[in-house]
Design a protein around this ligand. Sequence first.
Ligand SMILES: Cc1ncc(COP(=O)(O)O)c(C=O)c1O
Length: 454
Amino acid sequence: MDAQTAKAIVEKWMIPTPAGAYMAGLENRPIIARAEGIEVIDTTGKRYLDFGSGQMAAALGHNHPRFVAAVEKSLKTISHSTKTFLNVDRLELHERLGGILTSPLQKSLFLVSGSDAIEAAVDLARKATGGVDVLALDMALHGSTSFVTRSLTFGWGRAKHRLAAPGTSAILTPYRYRSPFGDDPDFVEKCLSVSFEIADANFTSKPAAVIIEPVLSAGGVIVPPPGYMKALQKMAHDRGMLLIMDESQTGLGKTGKMWGHLHEDVVPDIMTVSKHFGAGLPVAAVTTSAAIADRAVANGYFATRSHACDPIVCAAGVASIDIIEQEKLVERAAAIDKRMRAQLEEMAKSIGAIGEIRGRGVLFGVELVEDRTTKVPANALARAVVAQCQDEGLLVQSRGSHGRTNVIRLVPPMVSTDDEIDRGMEILGKVLGAHGRDKKDKHAGLTRHSARPR
Ligand SMILES: Cc1ncc(COP(=O)(O)O)c(C=O)c1O
């Protein structure tokens, strides 16, 4: 299909995207025709290294042969099924997922999208605690369904929706690079005490939960400092609230451990899984302990969708766990972390626009600034870098929150070879070097934080 035909279809048939949204101007971008491994190929035959892992859900690469075989088998046996009977693939997926969950997480239910899973996790926390209010970080993204998940997605600015779900409010993101407390060694403590003083005043009833991503991805790849998660969980538990971890972007190996929460000594009370859980097909899970599940169910909890437990998506889920285990992708993500981090740190020596490098495993953010001392966000530079990388055959996105879109997010699939990583980093280095070398204070050095471990 040529660009002209595509534009005509967009203009006539598609509901447009608001200007300024990250999906705006789709008609001027390449049109994807197919993919091979970690590359996507557009309708002109141009190839791109997919350092966005699709919409973060192609972390196992595109069309992995084991995934294709599982889906093909399903298409020939049974792809959709009633929820009023169990099916073999669903049972297998419960057992396989249960086998890799951190104890005492053990129980799961399946849904379709990540947003579905968050809605269901919030409901689970409410039914288990008898509470209502839910807190999320002010730079978080937890989904786009009306009402609950977009109300908990503070990073996008929920004011545009005009109406927010009752019982949802924000707490401060522990964003050390732009800390309101300067370089205070008690940063974690201060973030939490201010957050909960306001939260306590905001609660409209008994609180139910606080939800957090182990790494705030869309908010700008923000890694909470050491000790934050543990202290957050304690403050939540002190109030009878549960800790929900949204592992949509961090689960199943992406951070170099099976789950993002394993980097901190914290087991969530409830955890959600989505994105590459289906290796390319939409399947999501809510997981919790038997005790919490029993309490919620006694209060009438259940959650499902017509396609939630279809054999085809459950078979894809089993294939995804197989691929991760058999190809040792958790270890591979940790190795990619080392390789990318070293290359990014090398770039930062001569490129003054790099303010901070953050991330874990295959989820990295490079925060671009006008000046390392003032840290003015370099939004225009980030836009130019994304566009030029695309021209050079590398797909990356820029992210951030509260008007900042200055973090280049890099998410190469976990199956990437060293050569593919190096090719992507070479393009990024060349593009950043061309645009960002002249930024001021390159000698000021990258920001290093001295978080007080607790
Ligand atoms: C952390 C996080 N949670 C939830 C969601 C929502 O997932 P979905 O778009 O599959 O509904 C996303 C989507 O990007 C996400 O990044």
